[in-house]
Ligand binder design. Sequence first.
Ligand SMILES: Cc1cc2nc3c(=O)[nH]c(=O)nc-3n(C[C@H](O)[C@H](O)[C@H](O)COP(=O)(O)OP(=O)(O)OC[C@H]3O[C@@H](n4cnc5c(N)ncnc54)[C@H](O)[C@@H]3O)c2cc1C
Length: 426
Amino acid sequence: MAGSDTVPVTTAARNWAGNVTYHAGAIHRPASLDELRALVAASPRIRASGTRHSFNDLPDSPGVLVSLASMPPEVDVDSAAAMVRVPGGMRYAEVAERVQERGFALRNLGSLPHISVAGACATGTHGSGVRNGGLATAVRRLEVVTADGDLVTLEGGELEGAVVGLGALGVVAALTLELVPTYDVAQRVYEGLPMEVLDDHFDALVGAAYSVSLFTDWRAPRLTQVWVKRRVDEPPPAVLGEPWFSARPADAPRHPVHVISPASCNPQMDAPGPWFARLPHFRPEFTPSSGEELQSEYLIDRADAVPALRAVARVRDRIAPVLQICEIRTIAADRLWLSPSYGRDSVSIHFTWVADAAAVLAVVALVEEQLAPFAARPHWGKVFTTAPEALRQRYDRMDDFAALRRRYDPGDKFGNDFLARHLPAT
Ligand SMILES: Cc1cc2nc3c(=O)[nH]c(=O)nc-3n(C[C@H](O)[C@H](O)[C@H](O)COP(=O)(O)OP(=O)(O)OC[C@H]3O[C@@H](n4cnc5c(N)ncnc54)[C@H](O)[C@@H]3O)c2cc1C
């Protein structure tokens, strides 16, 4: 296998946050599609690993892991169709550069561009914006290496089941993504909004621009920051540059966690720039977020945003001591079976916790109790304790996904402990 390599799993084989050590015996890095197909066909148990930014054992395998990081970085832009075909292991930062060169953009990005496209889509990763779906909604075609090493192309109906696929159907070798003409974005941070403003103005606030993020540390009933990302080619939001109730534009760049330098953040202060250098909060060449952390996130119906936030506020005294920052975003409804925003325009309540799993887990359970009446769907790639029965009730298409798994992976080659715990066979 010229160009490919295999490394034994050592302590280096942890996730990005360092809170999960993978049990897999080796990580293979095939250098071509043929090598990948041969590896999958020959491996009794195997799973794909992306850039390992998930906070739980979802990517782990009882057999071996395969990383696509050594596969050829071939990007194919079809300008007439406004589509791009990218390798599954490519990071969004690189995809963004390559489509920008051709005058195109993606509709949205997550808070960091460091993650792989296949890994992000597999977990339902999202950015913000009332009209923006999760990143997986851009996928028009998947090329998947299935259990016997076949390369299967998925489009149309089954695609809706396979895109947010948790790595359970096979190894996604390539994805074709829908593009839009490139656009510029300018972001401005506001500070100091009382939480009670959300009671009557939640929709106006989150709908004020293309992408809006609300931050709070739950130490007081106020939003510490509001990040307003506007498309430069759209009319400026009414709030721009003016005080919004008692919130004022920040007088210098900010990091969401106020004690951290904003050097790792993309430019603010309403300076226009290309979409990929404004929609993610964090710059690709720096460690995103705080680096020493755990994360959890829950998606609920946007119509329930205000009561759900009040429910979380009731336990803020327990949350604040183990929290670095909480971010509230919006995601448009989609039809992807295991997407946390399936069938409902959603609000996400995200928690960047301190890196102390024991202390955090107790509070995670408490937050989940508060959000249970709202049928909260946890982010698949973050820390959660939601019971399998509850997950099952919250996903209408769980049985259909189980059938898809049986069809593409009858021998459970791509199964692991996470899937056995959270999606037990039906
Ligand atoms: C600092 C930080 C900020 C974050 N910000 C956001 C955010 O703004 N929004 C959000 O929604 N999430 C966010 N996340 C979570 C992150 O987007 C998800 O965990 C995502 O899955 C990471 O992608 P990855 O490539 O690291 O996937 P991994 O963690 O490596 O893998 C995740 C899953 O994808 C599967 N997978 C990976 N590659 C393939 C492949 N080629 N074929 C098939 N399956 C594959 C794996 O098997 C596994 O099941 C953040 C995480 C961090 C660490």
